[in-house]
Unconditional design. Structure first.
Lengths: 64, 142
């Protein structure tokens, strides 16, 4: 019995160790998308205007 | 049965903790509040005033690799072409630095390519109607 439980313990430790490695390599796609949107809002100044609806009104600055 | 009961409780707790930590990290935010990223953001925001009419005119488009590109040089008056070219180059330099900085701010410089791909998709998805974006190697008007 002690042998099997020790084996089990080793398996669990190995599993959690490999889980840590996986976590570090994994690219958080959803979080990256959120971060990208936040930066795009800033750069394109989309926040003050309509948030949901992309204004169908053409930009008033038709300088020509 | 006797095997299961011989597993110490704390070990179960440890495993659970590792799993939960993974879940938290997966849902967490990327760090983007660094001085370097803020500076790039501001520089790009300022330049956007210059680039926006070029996007609208179709002269400049959003490329699929997360950069901007001169799509239709003919629509830019010759006198302004050098200015437009340098704005594009400056924008792309900022964008490259932005992708690199985000990866670095999150202690994973190797994520730079993933960050770039994510941004490329979001720039294109969120482009205004009438702007040109690159999809499958072709320029498409939104």
């Amino acid at each position: 019995m002690p042998v099997t439980s020790r084996l089990f313990l080793a398996a669990v430790l190995a599993l959690s160790a490999s889980a840590c490695v996986t976590i570090n390599i994994y690219f958080p796609a959803a979080a990256a998308e959120k971060a990208a949107d936040r930066i795009i809002d800033e750069v394109w100044q989309l926040r003050e205007g309509a948030v949901g609806a992309p204004a169908s009104v053409p930009s008033q600055g038709e300088t020509k | 049965m006797s095997l299961l009961s011989s597993i110490p409780r704390w070990l179960g707790g440890l495993v659970l903790g590792v799993v939960m930590a993974a879940a938290v990290q997966a849902q967490g935010n990327l760090e983007i509040d660094t001085p370097a990223i803020a500076a790039l953001q501001q520089s790009m925001q300022k330049r956007h005033a210059q680039l926006e009419p070029l996007y609208a005119a179709g002269a400049v488009g959003l490329a699929s690799d997360g950069t901007v590109a001169l799509r239709d040089a003919a629509s830019v008056p010759l006198a302004q072409r050098a200015q437009v070219t340098s704005a594009i180059a400056a924008e792309n330099a900022d964008r490259a630095a932005l992708y690199r900085e985000i990866a670095r701010a999150n202690s994973h410089p190797e994520w730079e390519g993933d960050v770039r791909r994510t941004f490329a998709q979001r720039w294109i998805d969120r482009a205004q109607p009438g702007w040109w974006v690159q999809q499958g190697g072709k320029w498409v008007k939104k």
